[in-house]
Design a binder for this molecule. Sequence first.
Ligand code: ZN
Length: 440
Amino acid sequence: MHRPYTDRRVQFKFLPVLLFAISAAAQERHVIVISLDGFPASRLHDSNVPFPVLRRLARDGAIAEGMKPVNPTVTWPNHTSLVTGVLPAQHGLLYNGLPVRNGDGKSLRIEPWVEKKELVLVPTVADAARDAGQTTAEVDWVAIYPHTSVTWAFPERPQADQPEVRELIAEGVITTDEIRDSGKTAITMHDDAWVRAAARIIEKHKPNVLLMHLLTTDSVQHTYGTNTLAGNAALILADRQIERVLAAMDRAGIRDSTTLIIVSDHGFRSYRKRIAPNALLREQGLLRTPDDCDAWAISEGGTALVYVTRESKREVTVKAMQDLFRNIPGLTRVIWPAEFEQYGFPKWMPGGRMADLVLVAEPGYGFDGAIDGPVVSDVPGNIPAGAHGYLSGDPEMNEILVAWGAGSGWVSNWDWCLISMLPRPSRAFSASSGLPAAAR
Ligand SMILES: [Zn+2]
């Protein structure tokens, strides 16, 4: 069973590493963080899958058994916890964007392109580095729009008129066609462009801090499941991409002064059965269309967050939902507001970001946003799909963490979850960094 999210120390899990590395960066040192989206810790420890680069870095540097993610175990909330050191209850990210209510009696939508100052409620480590006078860069990092919050950026949606992008085009690193067509091309093309951009930024600008994020690992495991031939091939490709970053560090002459930290933001599970909570709400008369509903569920894979959407019917809707989700195959638990804090979710408040309840799927099942069709159905085709979003505490959601290079020696004794690592190095730096008190 999943353990409830009671250990508050987990919120400090990664920040000390970054703060240590960045405090070192003040003396002409560098820290490069590469996030390989959805790389499960369990796969990295599977000796049947070849990861020569990661394993070499781990051997010469340090490796954690795994990092425990935060709830919800999805991309933007976990990336934001990595760079703020606090739980979603404090930084405010529950989705890959901001949940926006479409009006009373209507559904919600997730708005990704919201400015960071509205989306992220506390400062990040990149803000702290910038405020400490260091240079920063990001390549496809999340919840960081607009990119002007860092010195150099190659954002998820690059624009040809952005100075850094113009520079990369002029140098032949990226083509204008790639930028123009980036909304239509496959994720493998994006990853490749992101690696080229990051390599060039390292070589030319030698930023003190670079945050970069690759996504093919996530996309392939969603489509083909995890620990499959396709899923593992995507992880192996990500392993090789790191080599290109190392080569760029050599060309820049900063290998000896760089700490390289490779992480992921959650693990993965394969599933063959889908649960559609909105179809259940519709069946029970609580939802007619997205523009006419008393409640609305947003799927995050292994969990789904359900909102009361028509305030005048709140009481009767909550009452109806108390029994509604019982006896649904694969729906293992309903979390109500009284329990939110122990899972790291924000406090509930009317009209706020947080839902009224959280549904939890058991392994083998994943939530789906469908309104029509059966409540529980098979994933189409003869292959599993992949999802994350299962409760933190599920070991398959654990993230990878490998550190290598300058300043990584002190972390060689870290334990599997880093929660004992809040240590010393963070304090001196963060005391003057403006980071939230919780992160110190
Ligand atoms: Zn992710």
